[in-house]
Design a protein around this ligand. Structure first.
Ligand SMILES: [Zn+2]
Length: 443
């Protein structure tokens, strides 16, 4: 869970002028109707509403919890599903989401012991869960009861089954692709700015079995291209892929155990430093085996483009550089995969990468104060590199500064004309302008 990332508006908001054609009207507000959870048939599921209340001075409509009303998917398209773990027990999590002072929520919470599902925010509304307002606006968040560093013990067979049933149902309802660029962990959500990288969460962590989960979604990893193909899916056997990670917050080594994560090195040698995500290590220090150091790990189900091979090792393009992973003989680590990759248009030396897909400044009404635009992240895609991706990311900014749409343009979805596509730039997805790239079949 992550508190809402919102920007307070100064009181000096301009008054609303004529609605431009890029605007949809303000979202409708739900009444106190009886709510049935949006769950598939046969799933044990109930509804416990998250708080939607002001918490400060009654005149201050900008201080409230724990979500924003909206009218999805009529306004904001729902394009991603974000899986989390709670870091709290199930009952405490429900209490947190019912307390508007906590400023955090998710659409669903799944219990470890029996896979019971509780919905707390309607899918038409925007839960404060992903730590990236663009992703919040365009996603559904599901919390798994668990503690990431505790290992797989929280992640029960019942939980995998329930979450998978729920994700299949939601993906069918909203047209969300069942792949790891759209079904992502909180650890797959990009930061909105380069400086925000270090604050991003990394749940559900390296002990969530993504191979197993994707198979339950009906998308098991099987070879769909030739063995020398450039596009691969990371596919270690969870139980056999024993990894030694460290809880660097507590300063303790975690027990060696099965994992979805495969370490990435800067050269084809186990002695070479681990890869360092420049957003996470701005001082250039090497990557670490901390469970929280996502940049030094690729996760099962994620795709990558092979840039180089030497016996026992493969290099992939990763945050604009080569990162090396072990590919020992007779051990499944990667699976050749058919699919699309994204590369800079011919003649472009490098292209920018974004953590949001917002409109251009010129596309907002002139009298609208919060003309939110994307800033490039610290990564670029250089000529000669390619990355998995190409799925369209909706371009738009959902403006919702108050609890009750009391400001001009409040609860408006500003749609942009520039098309963006999703890329797997590294451990986290990101967005590039479609006009900057060619999207081609991998070969
Ligand atoms: Zn989370």
């Amino acid at each position: 869970m992550t508190p809402k990332q919102r920007t307070r508006l100064a009181a000096a908001l301009a008054t609303a002028g004529a609605l431009s054609t890029t605007l949809l009207g303000p979202a409708t507000h739900a009444g106190a109707d009886s709510v049935r959870p949006d769950c598939p048939r046969g799933l044990a599921c109930d509804w416990v509403p998250a708080a939607h209340e002001q918490t400060g001075d009654p005149a201050d409509k900008e201080t409230y919890g724990n979500y924003d009303t909206s009218d999805r998917p009529r306004t904001n398209k729902i394009r991603f599903i974000v899986l989390h773990d709670t870091e709290e027990d199930f009952d405490t999590t429900l209490k947190i989401f019912q307390n508007p002072l906590k400023q955090t929520s998710a659409h669903y919470v799944v219990r470890s012991s029996d896979g019971h599902v509780t919905q707390m925010v309607k899918n038409k509304d925007v839960a404060w869960q992903a730590g990236n307002w663009y992703v919040n606006s365009h996603s559904i968040g599901i919390e798994q009861e668990g503690v990431a560093v505790d290992g797989a013990k929280w992640y029960t067979a019942e939980m995998y089954r329930s979450t998978a049933k729920l994700v299949r149902h939601l993906a069918a309802e909203y047209g969300i692709p069942l792949d790891r660029q759209h079904i992502i962990g909180h650890d797959g959500v990009p930061p909105t700015t380069a400086s925000g990288t270090r604050n991003m969460h990394w749940d559900p962590g390296p002990y969530w079995d993504w191979n197993r989960f994707m198979a339950l979604l009906g998308r098991p990893t099987v070879p769909t291209a030739s063995a020398r193909g450039e596009l691969v899916t990371i596919s270690p056997d969870f139980k056999k892929n024993k990894q030694a990670f460290r809880d660097c917050e507590k300063g303790v080594d975690l027990p060696v155990q099965g994992s979805s994560a495969v370490p990435l090195h800067t050269a084809p040698s186990a002695d070479a430093p681990l890869f360092s995500d420049p957003g996470l290590h701005p001082d250039g220090s090497p990557g670490t085996n901390c469970a929280a150091d996502w940049g030094s790990k690729i996760s099962a189900g994620q795709r990558a483009v092979v840039a180089d091979r030497v016996p026992g090792w493969a290099a992939i393009w990763w945050y604009g550089q080569k990162a090396w992973l072990r590919t020992p003989a007779h051990t499944r680590t990667t699976t050749p995969t058919a699919g699309y990759v994204v590369r800079p248009k011919k003649g472009r030396a490098e292209i920018p990468v974004f953590g949001v897909a917002y409109p251009e400044k010129s596309e907002y009404p002139a009298d609208f104060a919060d003309q939110r635009v994307g800033a490039p992240l610290g990564y670029t895609i250089k000529a000669g590199q390619s990355y998995p991706g190409g799925g369209e990311a909706p371009t738009g900014y959902f403006h919702a500064p108050t609890i009750d749409s009391s400001h001009p343009y409040d609860h408006t979805y500003f749609r942009g004309g520039e098309r963006y596509v999703t890329v797997q730039i590294g451990h986290r997805i990101a967005f590039v302008k479609a006009s900057d790239v060619d999207i081609v079949r991998a070969h």
